[in-house]
Design a protein around this ligand. Structure first.
Ligand code: DX5
Ligand code: ZN
Length: 214
């Protein structure tokens, strides 16, 4: 299983060094949590920060928009250097239009579901998606406990993907650590976001290696 470290719990006073730390772990992507203080009760950073981080690394920027109106800033995030933009099916955005807007700029696109949202809410869009992100915590904060029952959604996505001969990536986000990663891999997760468990780990390289071997 692949790893997309979230820098939400990193030391923002030295974010450049934290990006190089992520590179040293040999992780696959970099997960950037964008929170608007409306869709979730927390506020992080926007395109200006991503624009500054872009020249520091070749890491693939997996941008997670926890925003009521993600469509308003899609172009700004792409201009800043996003490689993939995923936004919430629960947001106020017109989903088809926002997916089309991202794809017409040759950027990967994903749809994200919160824990209380049925997974078939994204089924109508699967043909157009590069990724589906299943939240395994209530979005808004790092360091929360993994919600194992959300893995039923992963299994349903694996089945639907096979049935329709599609190839979107299945990603989970929230509460993933060395232990919960096993259940994720067994359910069929392709990419796991890891935040707190990586930035508080005495052996981050070992953690990424262990998850890669699952
Ligand atoms: C939560 C974010 C997650 C979170 C993951 O709203 O979307 O990416 O930062 O962090 P951990 O791994 O600490 O749960
Ligand atoms: Zn996230």
């Amino acid at each position: 299983m692949k790893v997309s470290p979230s820098i939400l719990t990193c030391d923002f006073s030295k974010i450049g060094e934290e990006i190089h730390f992520v590179e040293e772990t040999k992780a696959d992507w970099l997960h950037l949590d964008i929170m608007d203080g409306v869709f979730v009760p927390n506020l992080t950073f926007g395109p200006p920060v991503i624009k500054r981080l872009r020249p520091l690394t070749d890491l693939f920027f997996d941008v997670h928009l926890m925003m009521q109106h993600p469509d308003w800033l899609v172009d700004a995030f792409i201009d800043a250097g996003a490689n993939l933009i995923n936004f919430h099916v629960e947001s106020d955005a017109n989903i088809e239009e926002t997916i089309a807007k991202i794809k017409e700029r040759d950027i990967k696109v994903g749809l994200t579901v919160k824990p209380n949202t049925p997974v078939d809410s994204v089924f109508p869009y699967l043909d157009s998606l590069d990724l589906v992100l299943v939240m395994t915590v209530e979005p808004g904060f790092g360091g929360q406990s993994f919600m194992e029952e959300q893995l039923e959604k992963v299994k349903a996505l694996v089945e639907e993907r096979e049935k329709r001969n599609l190839s979107f990536t299945i990603e989970v986000d929230g509460g993933v650590n060395r232990k919960t990663a096993e259940a994720c891999a067994n359910a069929g997760v392709d990419m796991a976001v890891v935040g707190n468990a990586l930035f508080t780990n005495p052996d981050p390289i070992g953690l990424v290696l262990a998850i890669h071997e699952l």
